[in-house]
Design a protein around this ligand. Structure first.
Ligand code: NOJ
Length: 538
């Protein structure tokens, strides 16, 4: 596929997230692994993916399925060996794709040698690598901070009689990023992988990395609702998004920039005006602070349209946009907005201005899979059983074929498959021109062929009701995207401009080739991509 040479790969390309436990098992233990990923790279190439982000593959006690790392420079035997990793990197590059690793700098596993040393004594040289605090006079926690996974964020250490802070599980103690030794140690980890040739990092919970120096209490959240996670009871004003974080991110960027064409992506759940600060002063921060607004917003045309415009307007000069509709922490898009809207969502993700990140299986329309109570694995689900917060339903095995266990493994997989996998899988959908997979592939192909779509300018088209519409343009070639976010038919009224062109891609392919002139109708759940006549380009 021809891509515009004036842009970097992480600007013009498409990122695909692989959750390694669930992508492909090669050794029959029911859990995915590196050799499994290698065996599926041709599929990703066929789909048109240009960069693969792999969630953590490092040694870990798996309290949080790899986000609790006990050795940053190794490979968990469950996933394979360092040789397998080297082969993966080579095979990805051989196919002219990029490999992005997950970096989890905010916390380690409690089994990491750094923490074991730190907790061994108050005088340990690594004591200050983590956040240790005395109890208050009455023995209670140093402040009111809560853990994202439920309960207090402070854990009492009997042996040394102090509390340590953990934003997530108690098995995930937070590192003290104010300590320069911690910074250097993590920068060395980055260099270890960059030296090997990885193309960048997705940095876990970037906005959590520095906490208020005075550890002040977080204020109560007046909007808290009982169904929400207990963490939401407070506004994390002092435990996240502190001003000093930008200095740390700039240093990580410096490490990254010492290598050619690598990318730094930040996982950040914040409102747009805070999110964009992570691009840094003069863009010296993250290249791509992940933009999750399409996940967190209601699926409503008016709020989505205005948010796209707000985001476009808030981006700093030179800041490159990006969009995400799913990941391993969120319900799948198909389950959130319904099957009928899933193609519309794909069209939005792949035609907005900015780098799209796809979550494995969304290209098949995979749904959240109900998990029987005795098979729930996710600590977030297990710790708050009454809140329905388990992330397992969105982490089930990739559905490759009609074969036993969907071709993912040869034994009972770590999470169950849905009962429709014999119909919803790669092999079946490849053969069906109306399938979600065929739609994704055609959309990706068109996007990557047309500079207007992968790097072109964005302009909103004024609409009302359930329609979202905008144009993309580059070098005199212009497209209009019109999406109906409702199930009912709807008309794009010709209010401001007389649109003339031809439908080049549609959620229902029957519509392709149709001429568009002025106002036109859309079916419910329909999305169309119109190539506008030359005279329509500015
Ligand atoms: C964000 C990750 O995406 C999530 O899966 C994990 O549980 C937390 N960070 C803690 O590392």
């Amino acid at each position: 596929m021809k891509q515009d040479q004036n842009y970097l790969w992480w600007q013009s390309g498409i990122i695909y997230q692989v959750y390694p436990r669930s992508f492909q098992d090669s050794d029959g233990d029911g859990v995915g692994d590196l050799c499994g990923i290698i065996s599926r790279l041709d599929y990703l190439k066929w789909l048109g993916i240009t960069a693969v982000w792999v969630s953590p593959i490092y040694p870990s006690p798996m309290a949080d399925f790899g986000y609790d790392i006990s050795d940053y420079c190794g490979i968990h035997p469950l996933f394979g060996t360092m040789d397998d990793f080297d082969k993966l990197l080579k095979e990805v590059h051989k196919r002219d794709m990029k490999l992005i690793l997950d970096l989890v700098p905010n916390h380690t596993s409690h089994k990491h040698a750094w923490f074991e040393e730190s907790r061994s004594s108050k005088d340990s040289p690594k004591r200050d690598w983590y956040i240790w605090q005395d109890a208050q006079e009455d023995g209670s926690e140093p402040n009111n901070w809560l853990s994202v996974f439920g309960g207090s964020a402070w854990e009492w250490d009997k042996q040394t009689e102090q509390y340590y802070y953990h934003a997530f599980l108690k098995e995930q103690p937070d590192l003290n990023w104010r300590n320069p030794e911690v910074q250097q140690a993590m920068f060395d980890v980055m260099r270890f992988w960059l030296d090997k040739g990885v193309d960048g990092f997705r940095v876990d919970v970037m906005w959590h990395m520095i906490k208020d120096e005075k550890l002040r209490d977080n204020p109560a959240n007046p909007d808290y609702k009982a169904h929400q996670a207990t963490y939401e009871q407070l506004i994390p004003a002092y435990s996240t998004d502190q001003p000093e974080i930008h200095n740390i991110v700039a240093k990580m960027r410096e490490v990254t920039d010492a290598y050619e064409e690598r990318v730094l992506i930040g996982e950040i759940y914040l409102p747009v005006h805070r999110l964009v600060t992570y691009y840094g002063q003069n863009n010296n921060g993250a290249h791509l602070p992940f933009n999750f607004t399409l996940i967190t917003l209601d699926w409503d045309a008016r709020s989505i349209s205005s948010h796209v415009d707000e985001y476009e307007g808030a981006l700093p000069e030179g800041g490159w946009p990006n969009w995400v509709i799913g990941n391993h922490d969120q319900p799948r898009i198909t389950s959130r907005i319904g099957r009928e809207q899933a193609k519309v969502a794909a069209m939005l993700l792949l035609t907005l201005r900015g780098t799209p990140t796809l979550y494995y299986g969304d290209e098949l329309g995979m749904r959240d899979v109900p998990i029987p109570a005795d098979r729930i694995q996710d600590p977030q689900g297990l710790n708050m059983p009454d809140k329905d917060l388990s992330r397992d339903p969105a982490r089930t095995p990739m559905q490759w074929s009609e074969k036993d266990y969907a071709g993912f493994t040869t034994t009972e997989p770590w999470l169950p498959l849905p009962n429709n996998y014999q119909r919803v899988n790669v092999e079946v959908q490849k053969e069906d021109q109306y399938s979600m997979l065929s739609f994704y592939r055609r959309l990706i192909k068109l996007r990557q062929q047309e500079p207007a779509l992968h790097v072109g300018d964005y302009q909103p088209v004024i609409t009302s009701g359930p329609l979202v519409a905008y144009t993309r343009e580059k070098d005199g070639k212009k497209f209009m995207v019109v999406l109906n976010l409702s199930h009912k038919p709807c008309t794009l009224k010709e209010e401001h401009q007389h649109y003339t062109g031809k439908v080049v891609l549609a959620t229902d392919p029957e519509r392709e080739g149709e001429a568009v002139k002025g106002s036109f109708n859309l079916y419910g759940d329909e999305g169309i991509l119109v190539e506008l006549a030359k005279s329509m380009a500015y």
